[in-house]
Design a protein around this ligand. Structure first.
Ligand code: SAM
Ligand code: F3S
Length: 486
């Protein structure tokens, strides 16, 4: 294919896709990216493509007609890995010049046409609001030999309605809002995903009804900052209202929501855990640091004490709640004393699990604009990460051990992560952790989720996929629970 200037696409004139074939998708990043990959995959499968999970090594993709990589920009490492993956896709394209290579998601949004410069063999660069038009873009590349650059604003993604690829799965996600209005100094997401846009209330309920009608038993509502759901809707809506409405969808056994921002989370929301029987006791609300000075520099809008007050209130309203956090170590100017406060926060919050990252200095973030110097040496960042992981492992072991001897309902819903386009995630934040963990464990038996969203492994002797079964917990590690069917 002869490289040419990319066509900057408006959204009109959708092209019908006449070509069929096999499409592979590789996903980096968060739960929202996992869902976006699912929606992009559904878009292609609706027009006849067989959509498969890519192999990170590039092997087994010789039959590919389309290779997509859904990218993450939160940390530099994720971008480097996306480029390495593209390099492997390029080797396939040399053997098959008809192969269409697409870069989707946050890196596409952030880098735009620069991707064509760095990887001239790429055909499509489609940002965070364009992945559901991938069928149209592939058609244009195939029929007109055009390169596509689609990174403008497009509201259609907010109301994207694609469900088909989810057939046969019982735990599904629904994006109820996209973008973020916060300006945490370290974070590129407001730049790559734009301002908060909430999906209309009735559309969310309708989508959940359709998914439950199709066999879903658990739904997780997704938003970067889900507590501000409904802020710009008319009439104004709240997350609590949405939880009450979705929970009433007939046949829905379990409801969850992620991610909460401690500055926006209203303690009143904790009443929902008491009032809604099928709302699962799980709260992912990242603190990012335990030091008030660093929290101020991050512009998070709360202090250590504010955060701990929320933790206490959450436990008061729902004693069995499982808490999960995100933490960044090595933020500019972080001292040993600041870091001590972070260790203290993990011990006091008693997270069941936490996602720990070293600070990565990103362009297009407030930190870059403020010319904050990435001044904590890499070896110090790494030492702190290891220390924090060690402390968190102890905390997790303590918290998970409290479940031993209890009986709890476990939802079994895992396909083989090696082949499921949705579960297969590389170099990620929380999503990758779960997928990798389960890939290892499923060899030994069935793997499900507790009400607190903890992995539960059972030697069941029969396939329980799609069922909720009572399990007696007999053993716990810092990562998972083990049990037997009652
Ligand atoms: N909406 C979430 C919140 O309220 O905090 C965070 C979304 S962000 C995509 C996921 C996680 O990536 C963050 O919680 C943070 O811990 C981590 N992260 C974001 N920017 C980072 C950076 N520049 N360096 C390291 N980790 C980062
Ligand atoms: Fe990023 Fe802060 Fe929003 S971490 S996604 S700017 S809440």
């Amino acid at each position: 294919m002869v490289p040419q200037e990319p066509v900057a696409l408006q959204t009109a004139n959708r092209e019908p896709l006449t070509a069929r074939g096999t499409a592979f998708i590789e996903t980096f990043g968060c739960q929202m990216n996992v869902l976006d990959s699912e929606l992009a995959g559904a878009t292609l499968s609706e027009v006849g493509f067989n959509v498969k999970a890519a192999n990170a090594s590039g092997r087994g993709m010789g039959e590919a007609d389309v290779i997509m990589v859904n990218t993450c920009s939160v940390r530099e490492h994720a971008e480097q890995k996306a480029y390495s993956f593209l390099g492997r896709a390029y080797r396939l394209k040399k053997q098959n010049p008809e192969l269409v290579i697409a870069v989707l998601g946050c890196m596409a949004q952030k880098e735009g046409a620069l991707i064509f410069k760095r990887a001239p063999y790429v055909d499509i660069v489609a940002g965070t609001q364009h992945f559901t038009k991938i069928d149209e873009y592939v058609a244009r590349v195939k029929s007109k030999r055009e390169r596509i650059l689609a990174i403008g604003r497009d509201d259609e993604v907010v109301s994207a309605k694609r469900y088909r690829i989810r057939d046969g799965r019982h735990s599904l996600q629904v994006a109820v809002m996209r973008g973020c209005d916060h300006h945490c100094t370290f974070c590129v997401v407001p730049n790559t995903r734009g301002m908060e846009q909430s999906k209309p209330f009735d559309d969310v309920v309708k989508e959940c009804e359709i998914l439950v009608g199709g066999g879903a038993r658990e739904i997780t509502l997704l938003g970067q900052n889900i507590d501000s759901y409904g802020k710009r809707l008319t009439p104004r809506r709240t997350l609590a209202e949405l939880l009450h409405a979705v929970a009433k969808v007939p046949g829905l056994d379990r409801l969850r929501f992620i991610t909460s921002h401690p500055a926006d989370l209203k303690p009143e929301l904790f009443n929902a855990f008491k009032e809604i029987p099928n709302l699962m006791p799980y709260l992912h609300f990242p603190a990012q640091s335990g030091s008030d000075r660093i929290l101020r520099a991050m512009r998070r809008g709360y202090t250590f004490d504010d955060y701990m007050r929320l933790v206490d209130k959450a436990r008061e309203a729902c004693p069995e709640i499982g808490l999960a956090g995100d933490t960044i170590v090595g933020f500019p100017t972080e001292t040993d004393t600041d870091f001590e406060r972070t260790l203290e926060l993990h011990r006091r919050a008693e997270y069941q699990n936490a996602f720990v990252f070293t600070y990565s200095h990103r362009e297009f973030t407030p930190a870059e604009k403020m010319e904050l110097k990435d001044d904590v040496p890499e070896h110090v960042k790494n030492e702190r990460v290891n220390e924090l992981l060690r402390v968190q492992r102890e905390v997790s072991e303590r918290v998970l051990a409290r479940h031993v001897g209890k009986t709890m309902p476990v939802l079994f819903d895992r396909k083989d992560p090696a082949t499921d386009p949705v579960l297969r995630v590389s170099e990620s934040t929380e999503a990758g952790f779960a997928a990798k963990h389960e890939a290892r464990i499923t060899k030994h038996g069935l793997s499900g989720r507790s009400p607190q969203n903890l992995p539960v492994h059972v030697n069941a002797g029969r396939d329980l996929t799609g069922e909720i079964a009572e399990v007696r917990i007999t053993r716990a590690t810092g990562l998972a629970l083990y049990g037997e069917l009652c």
